[in-house]
Every structure is written in structure tokens, then in C-alpha cells.
Design a protein around this ligand. Structure first.
Ligand code: HC0
Ligand code: SF4
Length: 566
């Protein structure tokens, strides 16, 4: 163990990556725009500068900690330096904070306030550039970009896509897709991870709040909500609720208060997916065709595979994602009820399905032609956790003060297997539970300890199903997915089942979740999801009684039409 002196206090360190990590570990939150522990160090923003005992100033993110170092984090020179950086950034920034999508969660705004900047001495002569509104997932506003490069490195290093990069020089420098194309014209998969790390309003969520308010106000429309697994452990963030706490009951109550007619659980849709995907796996294992089976529930992954590895397309499961399966079931139920009402001479209400999701890519998923059934859209709108937070706040509701309420029945009952879809490895674990078909604690534990849990980019496991050994890979992050597919192409890796979620750690860190999403937040949300599972009385999707009722009733003869893509 080594030590350094920070602001006259002795601090020990072991294998911290840089001086900044040691400073943060000692309880001092040095500001940065461009440092993220999961990305390479860029050292561009210089906000994390420190001064040593010889008066040398350096960026703490780019300095390896050395035994005996003496550093100061808040000297007058450093204060001056940081204020100057903020002033210069603000000078070339479009400062319409009050109407900005990131108002209240913008790091530039926060640091301006924290450092007491009340005036900007320099004028903004920069030409205002048009916003890129082409993507249904995210919006890019180049006028708010501070060139920290967080989005560039996330898109390249975590997602292996490299859609965004620096272009032009000097004061004309911009972050943009190649050849200044619109995002919609690129291979962007809509995961929104660029938005999750963007410290300002340069990348924000494409919002669908207004049409949902209009539907809620329309007496002739029945508005049905479904809530995704990962939303419940994040929606409390902006209401002072403990990170990772399951806030589902409060969210249900709030949705009713703002006018939703029925509120259901996407975890139920996940139970349906488990039933279909496990059947498909068994069929493919028996026929030996199109192995490995790839999961299909993450639309960013599906698009990545289609764009970059089209030769593997036939491996993607034909199962619709949980939100789409559930949307199709809800619309079918509505269609049957509408027919009955018409036969009785009444004019039925129109049904609108709104998914509350952690994910920006889900906004693109619902637009895909295969997610229409008989010409009807399965899901009408996707609202991210961030958008539903805004609606709840707009309605003047404090989620922390709301009395929790239960979901509506029959689709408000889900298993623990459905809940764990929200984290990496969850889909695999749920499918294995169904195939092992045992809720004995030892069997459940054996699955969870097989190697499919954890945060590594690629996890591997071999599980015995009957007398067959099934080889599994669980991937999170598309860069890791690319690595795995390259190995498979080269014949260096062979699997039977591959789960891919585009976001690191899965949907809990989706691009539509409340920001910031630091390591502690991710950990709390992950633990929150596993806690929901451990508290669930029903652990297996096939033991959910509503699932059996549905297969015997509404789904009979329509399984393929409602639950699968061609
Ligand atoms: Fe996910 Fe899902 S787990 S993708 O991350 O499979 O968005 O939470 O809703 O559909 O269930 C997102 C989360 C979902 C779907 C489910 C899956
Ligand atoms: Fe969306 Fe989840 Fe995929 Fe991220 S991992 S893109 S949140 S579905």
C-alpha cells in the first residue's frame, strides 16, 4: 500500500488508475466533463487539474499515482483556472438553459453554479448550426456540444460503432457523424449511450410526451401502460428515493393519477418471451439449425447484427421482444372486446398502448414493420424513464409522497424470471430456469452461479440440459458483441445460445434512464433488480398462472402471429 498527501491529509492507495480516483476515494468530488471510469482517459477538459508542492499544475485524470505525492485540489490558481474554463465554454455555448432538455441535470450548468459564475465576459460569435432531428431515438444539438468527446469514446469503445467523431479544426471543431450525415442515415443503433454520458444538452432523448398527454385527455381513448423491468429501480432517482429501490407501486399510483386507464407489467411480457424463446432453443438444439440462437429483445443489438453481421441474421430469435409480445396481446384483447361492444350496439373506445422503458432504442423498435400485427401497431408510444419522470413532475406529483398501489390484473402478475430481464444475463437465466424447470433453491443457485451473472463484457457458461451440454455466451456492450461474432466467424468460438444486450450491465443503464448513471448507481439498480427476484414468490415464467390461462384462451392458435416475427 502507498500513500499521498491530499490537502494536508494522508491518503492511502493501492492500484487506483489515476490520481483523480485517489482524490475521489478520499471524499473530494473533483469536477470533470470528460472522465468516465469505463472509458479511456482523454484529459481534454482540464477541470480535474491539481497543484503539487512545487507549484506544478496537471490534470489528475492523466497522472499515475505515485508514493509520497503531495497535492492540493483547490488553490486560488486552480480556482481561477477552472472558472476560466467554464467561462470560455459558456462563451461559445447556446445558453437557452430554461428550455434545454438537460436543464437541471447538465454538468455545465451545475459547475457554473458551483463555481459561482454569474457573468460571461466573452461574446458568442459562433454560427448556430441546425439540430439533427432525424433519429426517433435521440436528438443531436451541435450548439450545445462542449467537445468533451464522451459520446465519441462511448460509441467507439463500448459500442464498437464509431458513428460520432471529431471533424474540422480550431473554433470550427464539431462532433458529428462522418460526412456530416444525419444520424438516421448512419449505422446508429439508437441505444442512447451517447446521451447517457453527454454532460450537456448536445445529445438528448427524442421525446414523445406531448402525444401521450393528448391521448390521456381524450375521453374516447383507453390508454394502457406497460412498465419495463429496469424502470422501477431508476424512476425514483429524481424524487430523492434511495438509488435502486423498487418504486413500482408508487409509479403505478402516479400513472393512474395522471390518467392512465390500466397499468401492467412488461415483466409479464418477459414471462411470455421465456416460454417462446425456450421452446425455440429446444427446437434448434434438436434440429441443429441456426445455432447459436441469438436473443432478440434488445433492438439496438438486433440492428447492430443486421447492419454489421448480416450473415448471422438467421440466428436471431423469431420471438418478438417482451414489450412487443405484450403489446400484440393487449391489442388483440382490445380488438376482441371492441367487436363485442360493436355487436351490442355500442361504440368502443380506441386502445393506445404506451410502454414505459429505460431505452431509447425501443422507440425505433415499435416503428419496425414486423412489429405491426394485421396492420395495427403493437405499441403506440415509448416513453423513457426520463420522460415519465417529466410527466409526473409536470402533474405536480412527488413520487416519494405517493402511496404505492398494485398493478392491474390479469397482466400485473409476473415471475422473478421476468424481473431479471433488466440486467445482463437475466434473459439467459430466465430461459434456463424454465428449461431446468425446478424452483428448488439449489437448482436456482446452480444456474445463477454458472457464470452468467456479473459485469464482464463476455461471460461464458456450460449448462447441462438433460444429457446435453449447452454452451452459452452472455454479452453486454456491442463492442464485446463484435468481438464474439468475429471469433465465431473465424471458427474460434462455438455456442448454442447467445444473449446480447447493447448497454453495459443491461437495461438498468439504458439510454433513457435518469442521469448521471455512475458506477454506484448501476450497482444499486443491479442489486435492486436481483432483490425483486429474490422477493418474488414465483421464480419460473412457466409457473406464472396467468401465462397458462393466456395460452389456453386468447393465445390459442395465435401464438405465432402474436408472439413471433417472420
Ligand atoms: Fe429491457 Fe426488455 S429487459 S429489453 O432492457 O427482453 O427497454 O427493462 O423492457 O422488451 O422485459 C428495455 C428493460 C425491457 C423488453 C423486457 C427484454
Ligand atoms: Fe435498450 Fe436494454 Fe438494449 Fe440498452 S440493453 S439498447 S436499454 S434494450
Amino acid at each position: 500500500m502507498s500513500y499521498m498527501t491530499i490537502n494536508n491529509r494522508r491518503v492511502t492507495f493501492t492500484n487506483e488508475r489515476n490520481v483523480l480516483s485517489v482524490i475521489r476515494k478520499s471524499g473530494i468530488d473533483l469536477p470533470t466533463f470528460c472522465y468516465h471510469s469505463e472509458l479511456s482517459t482523454y484529459g481534454a477538459c482540464r477541470m480535474c487539474v491539481v497543484e503539487d508542492d512545487r507549484g506544478k499544475i496537471f490534470a489528475s485524470c492523466s497522472e499515475v499515482p505515485r508514493d509520497g505525492m503531495v497535492i492540493y485540489t483547490n488553490t486560488p490558481r486552480l480556482q481561477h483556472h477552472r472558472k476560466m474554463i467554464i467561462e470560455l465554454l459558456l462563451a461559445s455555448h447556446c445558453r437557452d438553459c430554461t428550455t434545454c432538455a438537460k436543464n437541471g441535470v447538465c454538468t455545465l450548468q451545475k459547475l457554473s453554479r458551483q463555481l459561482g459564475i454569474t457573468d460571461v465576459r466573452f461574446e458568442n460569435n459562433k454560427k448556430q448550426l441546425p439540430k439533427d432531428l432525424s433519429s426517433v431515438c435521440v436528438i443531436r444539438d451541435p450548439n450545445k456540444c462542449i467537445l468533451c468527446g464522451d459520446c465519441v469514446r462511448t460509441c467507439d469503445e463500448i459500442q464498437g460503432l464509431g458513428i460520432l467523431d471529431f471533424a474540422f479544426r480550431g473554433s470550427k471543431m464539431q462532433v458529428t457523424p462522418a460526412f456530416n450525415k444525419d444520424l438516421a442515415e448512419t449505422d446508429c443503433v439508437g441505444c442512447g449511450q451517447c446521451r447517457a454520458v453527454c454532460p450537456t444538452g448536445a445529445i438528448s432523448i427524442h421525446q414523445n410526451v406531448e402525444p401521450v398527454w393528448a391521448a390521456l385527455a381524450d375521453k374516447d381513448t383507453r390508454v394502457v401502460a406497460q412498465i419495463a423491468p429496469a424502470v422501477r429501480v431508476a424512476v425514483g432517482d429524481k424524487f430523492g428515493i434511495k438509488k435502486g429501490e423498487n418504486t413500482l407501486g408508487r409509479l403505478v399510483a402516479a400513472l393512474r393519477r395522471i390518467g392512465f386507464d390500466e397499468v401492467y407489467d412488461t415483466n409479464f411480457g418477459a414471462d411470455l418471451t421465456v416460454m417462446e424463446e425456450s421452446k425455440e432453443l429446444v427446437e434448434r438444439l434438436e434440429s441443429g439449425e441456426n445455432l447459436p440462437l441469438f436473443t432478440s429483445c434488445c433492438p439496438a443489438w438486433v440492428k447492430f447484427c443486421e447492419n454489421r453481421y448480416p450473415e448471422f441474421r438467421s440466428h436471431i430469435s423469431t420471438c418478438r421482444s417482451p414489450q412487443e409480445m405484450f403489446g400484440a396481446v393487449l391489442k388483440e384483447e382490445a380488438r376482441i372486446n371492441e367487436e363485442k361492444e360493436r355487436a351490442e350496439g355500442r361504440e368502443p373506445k380506441k386502445t393506445l398502448v404506451v410502454s414505459i422503458m429505460p431505452c431509447t432504442a425501443k422507440k425505433a423498435e415499435i416503428e419496425r414493420p414486423e412489429h405491426y400485427t394485421d396492420g395495427v401497431k403493437n405499441v403506440d408510444y415509448v416513453l423513457t424513464t426520463t420522460e415519465i419522470t417529466r410527466m409526473i413532475q409536470e402533474a405536480g406529483i412527488d413520487l416519494s409522497q405517493v402511496q404505492p398501489e398494485a398493478l392491474d390484473m390479469p397482466f400485473g402478475l409476473a415471475s422473478g424470471a421476468g424481473a431479471i430481464f433488466g440486467v445482463t444475463g437475466g434473459v439467459t437465466e430466465a430461459v434456463l430456469r424454465r428449461l431446468v424447470n425446478s424452483s428448488r433453491a439449489e437448482d436456482l443457485e446452480e444456474i445463477s452461479f454458472s457464470g452468467i451473472r456479473g459485469v464482464n463484457g463476455i461471460k461464458e457458461a456450460t449448462v447441462k440440459l438433460g444429457d446435453r451440454e449447452v454452451k452459452i455466451a452472455v454479452v453486454n456492450g456491442l463492442h464485446s458483441a463484435g468481438e464474439l461474432l468475429d471469433k465465431m466467424k473465424a471458427g474460434e468460438a462455438h455456442y448454442d445460445f447467445v444473449e446480447v444486450m447493447a448497454c453495459k450491465r443491461g437495461c438498468i443503464a439504458g439510454g433513457g434512464q435518469p442521469v448521471p448513471i455512475g458506477p454506484r448507481t448501476k450497482k444499486a439498480r443491479l442489486e435492486g433488480i436481483y432483490k425483486i427476484d429474490s422477493m418474488a414468490q414465483i421464480k419460473l415464467s412457466n409457473e406464472n398462472p396467468i401465462i397458462a390461462t393466456l395460452y389456453d384462451g386468447l393465445l390459442k392458435g395465435k401464438e405465432h402471429k402474436l408472439l413471433h416475427n417472420e
